[in-house]
Design a protein around this ligand. Structure first.
Ligand SMILES: C[S@@+](CC[C@H](N)C(=O)[O-])C[C@H]1O[C@@H](n2cnc3c(N)ncnc32)[C@H](O)[C@@H]1O
Length: 296
C-alpha cells in the first residue's frame, strides 16, 4: 500500500499524509500517557507535561514555524535524494540491524539511496516537534543526542536552543558518511554554532565525552537499540546528568529487550516522572552528581 501511494502521489503529499498520521498517533499516545501519569514533582517534570500538551496541540508560534519550515525543506531535499551513500551501518532504523552488537562496536559496510535512510531513520515532524517543545520548555544548557544520522532531530533540538537564546547540543554518530551529511544539514540551517558532532562508535565517543564533563540536562538516546546496551547507557549517562534532567529514549517498543529496558528504566529510583508515548519514552531524573547510580 505504501509503495503504491508513493508511485501514485507526489512526494510532498506522501510526506504530508505520513505526518498527519503520525500526529494522530502522537496525540493519542500523549492523551493516554497524561491520563496514566502522576503529577510531576519537579520543574522539569512540569515542563515535560507542558511540552507534551504543546506537541499535541501543534500550534507553533510564528518564529518556531519559520524554523520548522526551514528544517522540513532540508528534510524534503534529503528524502528526495538519489545520492548513493556508502556507510558503516550501526543500525539506522531497521529491525534486522538492531542487535549488531551489544558492545556497540560492530558495524557493517552498506550502501543505498540517501533518501531511503533519511526517511527511514529520522524522527517525523510531529515527534521531532515534541523533542523541540521539550527543549523549548525545559531550557537545557547542554543537550546530548546519541544517533545523529543525517541531522533531522538534531536540527529540531538546535533550533529550539537558538530560539531559547542559549544552550548547546553535542550529537554522536558512528557512521562517518552520515556525520558528513549531518554537518551539511547543520551548516545549511546555521546551527553549526550550537551543535557539535562527534564521530565514532558510542563505546568510544561517549566515555571520552563524559570524562570530567559538566552536568548534562537533556538526553535523546536514538541509536544502538539494544535493551542491555540502553540500560547501560542510562546508568552511564545518569552519573553525568544534572539534578532535574530529562531523558528521551526512542524505539522503546522496538524489541522485547527494548521494552524490558524501558520498564526497568522508568522504575529506577532516580526517576521522578515518566511517560511512555508509544515508541518514545521520557523520564525525568533527580540525582546529584557523584552519587552512586541506583536501581538500574
Ligand atoms: C535512528 S538513527 C538516528 C535518527 C536521528 N536521531 C533523527 O531522528 O534524525 C540512529 C543512528 O545512530 C547511529 N548508531 C547506532 N548505533 C550506534 C553506535 N553503537 N555508535 C554510534 N552510532 C550508532 C546510526 O548510525 C544511525 O545513524
Amino acid at each position: 500500500m505504501r509503495k503504491l501511494m508513493k508511485l501514485l502521489l507526489p512526494a510532498w503529499l506522501v510526506a504530508k499524509l505520513r505526518a498527519l498520521k503520525q500526529l494522530r498517533q502522537l496525540r493519542a499516545a500523549i492523551e493516554r500517557a497524561l491520563a496514566a501519569s502522576e503529577q510531576p514533582a519537579t520543574r522539569s517534570g512540569r515542563s515535560v507535561v507542558e511540552a507534551m500538551r504543546a506537541a499535541s496541540r501543534y500550534q507553533p508560534a510564528p518564529d518556531e514555524q519559520a524554523w520548522i519550515d526551514r528544517i522540513e525543506d532540508v528534510r524534503a531535499a534529503l528524502d528526495a535524494s538519489d545520492e548513493v551513500v556508502e556507510f558503516d551501518d550501526f543500525g539506522c532504523g531497521e529491525a534486522t540491524t538492531a542487535d549488531l552488537s551489544v558492545a556497540g562496536l560492530a558495524s557493517r559496510p552498506r550502501a543505498g539511496r540517501l533518501g531511503e535512510f533519511s526517511m527511514l531513520a529520522s524522527k517525523t515532524r510531529p515527534w521531532a516537534y515534541l523533542l523541540f517543545q521539550v527543549v523549548r520548555r525545559c531550557r537545557p544548557k547542554w543537550c546530548l543526542e546519541m544517533g545523529t544520522c543525517v541531522g533531522v532531530s538534531g536540527s529540531y533540538l538546535g533550533a529550539a536552543l537558538k530560539l531559547n537564546g542559549g544552550g548547546r547540543l553535542t550529537t554522536l554518530e558512528g557512521a562517518q558518511a552520515f556525520a558528513t551529511i549531518a554537518r551539511k544539514t547543520f551548516d545549511r540551517l546555521g546551527l553549526d554554532t550550537v551543535s557539535e558532532l562527534r564521530v565514532g562508535p558510542f563505546s568510544l565517543t561517549l566515555p571520552r565525552l563524559l570524562e570530567g564533563c559538566e552536568p548534562i540536562d537533556f538526553f535523546f538516546v536514538d541509536g544502538h537499540h539494544d535493551g542491555a546496551a540502553t540500560q547501560a547507557y542510562f546508568r552511564q549517562l545518569l552519573a553525568h546528568a544534572s539534578e532535574d534532567a530529562v531523558f528521551v529514549f526512542d524505539d522503546i517498543e522496538w524489541s522485547a529487550g527494548m521494552a524490558d529496558a524501558w520498564r526497568t528504566i522508568r522504575q529506577s529510583p532516580s526517576v521522578t516522572y515518566s511517560a511512555g508515548l508509544a515508541n518514545v519514552g521520557i523520564v525525568v531524573t533527580t540525582r546529584r552528581r557523584g552519587e552512586p547510580t541506583q536501581g538500574v
